[in-house]
Design a protein around this ligand. Structure first.
Ligand SMILES: [Zn+2]
Ligand SMILES: [Zn+2]
Length: 426
C-alpha cells in the first residue's frame, strides 16, 4: 500500500468550516484596524536569520532554541519568521517608509514558526494578527494599541477579558533594574533550572519569564521594576493607564509581566481571557523604542502587539461563541441529460455574477439532485431538461414551499434575484 502522509507534528490543517470562521475573524480584525487608520503590510515568511537575531534578540529563547533556521542553496542562513515585528521593521527601513509620513501604522496577519514543544493550543506553525505603530513615543499610541486589541476581541464576541500591564522602563531604568536582578539571582542560582543558568549568563532579565515552578518561586521574591522606574517612565505608564480606562478597558498592573522578547521598553501588556487562564494570553505586546535602531535605522520609537488565532479560537469555544458564517448556496441547478448540461453550465455562469450557485459535475437522477439541493439548504432549484430547452423555459422549484414555476430562460436571473432579495455577496 502506498504511504499516507500526515501533517507534521505541531502543524494543523484549517478545514473548511474552521477556515470560514477564521476568515470572519480576520475580516473583523482588518475592518477594525482600518477604522483606526492602519494599513495592511505583508512581509515574506522567511528572512535572513540575522534579522531575528538582532530584532527578536539574541538572548531570547525564541532565537536560541525555537527558530527554524536553514541554509539555502547559496549557503545563506535563513529563518522562518518566529514573529512579524522584525520583518516589518526591516521592510520599513528597506523601503524608507519613514519618509512617507511621520508615523507609520500597519497591521498584518499570517503564519509564524517556532520549534517549540507542541501542546494544547501551542503549535510550531501558528497564526498571528498584529499591528505596529512606528515613529511616536506618545503614550497615546500605546493606549490606542491596547484599546484596538480590546475592541477587536470584544467585537468577535469574547467576554471576561482582562489586560495586565507593566513598564520595563527606559534604557536608564532597565540597566539599573538588570543590575539589581542580577545580584538578587546570584544569591539564588542553585534554585534555578539549567536553562536559567544559561539565561542568567546571557541576560538575567530572561530568568523572570521562566515557566519552571522552582524558578517562578525564586522570581516571586525578586525586586520589582516599579521600584526603580524613573519619573518620565512612571508618567508614561500612568498616562497609558488613564487613557485605556477611558476606553473602557479593564486592566491591572502586574509587576511580573516581562514578556519573552528583548526589545521591549516601557509599556508591556497582555490581554487574557479569564476562562482560558492567565498563562494563555490571547495577545500582547508593548513599546520597542530601540528596535528600529538595532536593525540599522534611525532612533525611532514604536509600539505594537500580536494576537494568536489558535488561542482566540479556543477562547471562542470556551465562551460558546458561535460565529455565524454564511457559506450557504442560493440556487442549485439540476440539469437532466447531455444537452441540458451545456445550458446549465451557461446559466450557472450568468447567475454567478450575483448569486451563489451550485452546479453538479456529473449526470444524476433528478430525485438524487433534489436531495443534494435540500442538504445544501438552497432556496431554489432550477431544473433544465430537453423539454424545457425546446420550450425556452426552465422549471424553478421553491425548496421551502415545494411550489414549482415555469420561468423564461432569458428572465430567470432577474426572477431569482428578485425573490432572493438582494443576497449580499460581500
Ligand atoms: Zn526610565
Ligand atoms: Zn528556569
Amino acid at each position: 500500500m502506498t504511504r499516507r502522509f500526515k501533517a507534521m507534528r505541531g502543524t494543523h490543517d484549517i478545514l473548511p468550516e474552521e477556515a470560514s470562521r477564521w476568515r470572519l475573524i480576520e475580516e473583523e480584525f482588518a475592518t477594525i484596524c482600518i477604522r483606526y487608520g492602519y494599513q495592511e503590510i505583508r512581509t515574506p515568511i522567511f528572512e535572513s536569520t540575522e534579522v531575528f537575531e538582532r530584532g527578536t534578540g539574541f538572548s531570547t529563547d525564541v532565537v536560541q532554541k525555537e527558530m527554524y533556521t536553514f541554509e539555502d542553496k547559496k549557503g545563506r542562513r535563513l529563518s522562518l519568521r518566529p514573529e512579524a515585528t522584525p520583518s516589518v521593521i526591516r521592510a520599513y527601513l528597506e523601503h524608507n517608509l519613514d519618509k512617507r509620513a511621520k508615523v507609520l501604522k500597519v497591521f498584518y496577519m499570517g503564519p509564524m514558526f517556532r520549534y517549540d514543544r507542541p501542546g494544547a493550543g501551542r503549535y510550531r506553525q501558528f497564526h498571528q494578527l498584529g499591528i505596529e505603530v512606528i515613529g511616536t513615543a506618545s503614550p497615546v499610541a500605546d493606549a490606542e494599541a491596547i484599546v484596538l486589541l480590546w475592541d477587536f476581541l470584544r467585537a468577535i464576541g469574547l467576554k471576561r477579558l482582562k489586560v495586565r500591564l507593566n513598564s520595563l522602563g527606559c534604557e536608564k531604568c532597565r540597566v539599573e533594574y538588570s543590575g539589581i536582578v542580577k545580584s538578587f539571582l546570584e544569591g539564588n542560582l542553585k534554585h534555578l533550572c539549567q536553562d536559567c543558568h544559561e539565561r542568567f549568563a546571557r541576560n538575567p532579565l530572561r530568568v523572570l519569564d521562566c515557566k519552571q515552578k522552582k524558578c517562578k518561586a525564586v522570581v516571586a521574591k525578586a525586586p520589582e521594576i516599579g521600584e526603580v522606574l524613573c519619573q518620565p517612565c512612571r508618567d508614561h505608564l500612568e498616562e497609558v493607564k488613564r487613557l485605556i480606562k477611558l476606553g473602557g478597558v479593564e486592566s491591572y498592573l502586574d509587576a511580573r509581566l516581562v514578556r519573552g522578547l528583548d526589545y521591549y521598553t516601557r509599556t508591556v501588556f497582555e490581554v487574557f481571557h479569564e476562562a482560558s487562564g492567565i498563562d494563555n494570553s490571547l495577545g500582547g505586546g508593548g513599546r520597542y523604542d530601540r528596535l528600529v535602531e538595532d536593525l540599522g535605522g534611525p532612533s525611532m520609537p514604536a509600539v505594537g502587539f500580536s494576537a494568536g488565532m489558535e488561542r482566540i479560537g479556543q477562547a471562542l469555544e470556551i465562551d460558546g461563541v458561535n460565529l455565524e458564517t454564511n457559506q450557504s448556496v442560493d440556487v442549485f441547478i439540476a440539469p437532466m441529460g447531455g444537452q441540458a448540461f451545456e445550458k446549465a453550465f451557461e446559466l450557472a455562469r450568468d447567475l454567478r455574477l450575483n448569486l451563489r450557485v451550485w452546479l453538479e459535475f456529473d449526470e444524476r437522477k433528478i430525485d438524487r439532485q433534489l436531495r443534494t439541493a435540500s442538504r445544501l439548504g438552497v432556496r431554489f432549484t432550477v431544473i433544465i431538461g430537453s423539454d424545457e430547452i425546446s420550450r425556452g423555459i426552465v422549471k424553478v422549484k421553491d425548496m421551502t414551499t415545494g411550489e414549482q414555476y415555469e420561468v423564461e430562460q432569458s428572465g430567470v436571473a432577474g426572477w431569482l434575484k428578485k425573490r432572493l432579495g438582494g443576497t449580499d455577496l460581500e
